[in-house]
Design a protein around this ligand. Structure first.
Ligand code: ZN
Length: 216
C-alpha cells in the first residue's frame, strides 16, 4: 500500500512537472526498466534474474547500465523515470506477473516517449553469446531496429531480434523494447558486462538508438 502511494505521488509529481512545460516545447520522457531485483515484503527474493555459474547477477549489471542510460538522457534534456535505481535497487511486490506488467503500465500512465527494459541473458550453454532485442507492437519497430543497429557495433554478436509477447512488451502501449545486453553465462561476455567502461559503451549505444528514433 505504501509503495502504491509512493508510485501515485511520483506519477502526480511527474504529471504536474510535465503540465508546467510549455506545450510548444514537449520534453521527452523515458521509462528505463532495470530488469529484476524484486523482493516480497518479508524480504524473500521474488525475481532475482539470471545468475551466472561464477556468481554474476544480471540485476546488478542491469541497474548500473540503466543508471548510466538515465544520466546520459538527462544530459540531453530528457526526463527519465527509473523503475529501479542505486538508491532503490529492489522493488517490493507479491505477484511477479503483476509487478512485470506494472512497470510497463507506468510508462503508459505517464504517456512516456518510450519504455526500455534492460536485461542480460543467460544459457546453460556457456558458448552462447550476443545481444537480443524484443518488441511486440508496430509502434516499437523503429526503436527496435535502431537498438539493433546500435548494439550490433559492440562486437557481442546477435542472439535474437524478433517480436515477442513478454509481460512488458504486451502491457506497453508506448513504443517499448526489451534488450538483452549479452550473456552473463558466457565467461568472455560476463567479463565485458561487468566492466564499468563496457557498461558505459552499452549505455551510449542505447542512447544512440533513442536519439535516432525520437526527436529530443
Ligand atoms: Zn532478465
Amino acid at each position: 500500500m505504501l509503495l502504491q502511494k509512493i508510485v501515485a505521488a511520483t506519477v502526480l509529481t511527474l504529471l504536474a512537472a510535465r503540465g508546467a512545460q510549455a506545450s510548444s516545447f514537449p520534453v521527452s520522457l523515458f521509462v528505463i526498466d532495470s530488469g529484476h531485483g524484486v523482493r516480497t515484503p518479508s524480504g524473500a527474493p521474488l525475481n532475482v534474474g539470471a545468475v551466472s555459474p561464477s556468481g554474476v547477477s544480471e540485476a546488478a549489471i542491469n541497474v548500473r547500465v540503466s543508471e548510466r542510460v538515465a544520466a546520459l538522457l538527462r544530459d540531453q534534456g530528457a526526463r527519465v523515470v527509473l523503475t529501479r535505481s542505486f538508491v532503490r535497487p529492489f522493488r517490493i511486490a507479491i505477484n511477479l506477473r503483476r509487478d512485470n506488467r506494472s512497470r510497463a503500465a507506468l510508462a503508459n500512465r505517464l504517456g512516456a516517449t518510450a519504455f526500455v527494459a534492460i536485461h542480460c541473458d543467460s544459457s546453460l550453454d556457456p558458448a552462447r553469446r550476443g545481444y537480443s532485442v524484443f518488441w511486440l507492437r508496430e509502434n516499437s519497430l523503429a526503436l527496435a531496429r535502431n537498438m539493433r543497429a546500435a548494439l550490433s557495433t559492440l562486437g557481442l554478436g546477435e542472439s535474437q531480434f524478433r517480436q515477442r509477447d513478454l509481460a512488458v512488451t504486451s502491457e506497453a502501449r508506448v513504443p517499448a523494447v526489451l534488450v538483452e545486453l549479452g550473456f552473463i553465462s558466457n565467461p568472455a561476455q560476463a567479463a565485458r558486462l561487468l566492466s564499468p567502461s563496457f557498461q558505459d559503451v552499452e549505455a551510449h549505444a542505447i542512447l544512440r538508438a533513442l536519439k535516432a528514433t525520437f526527436d529530443f
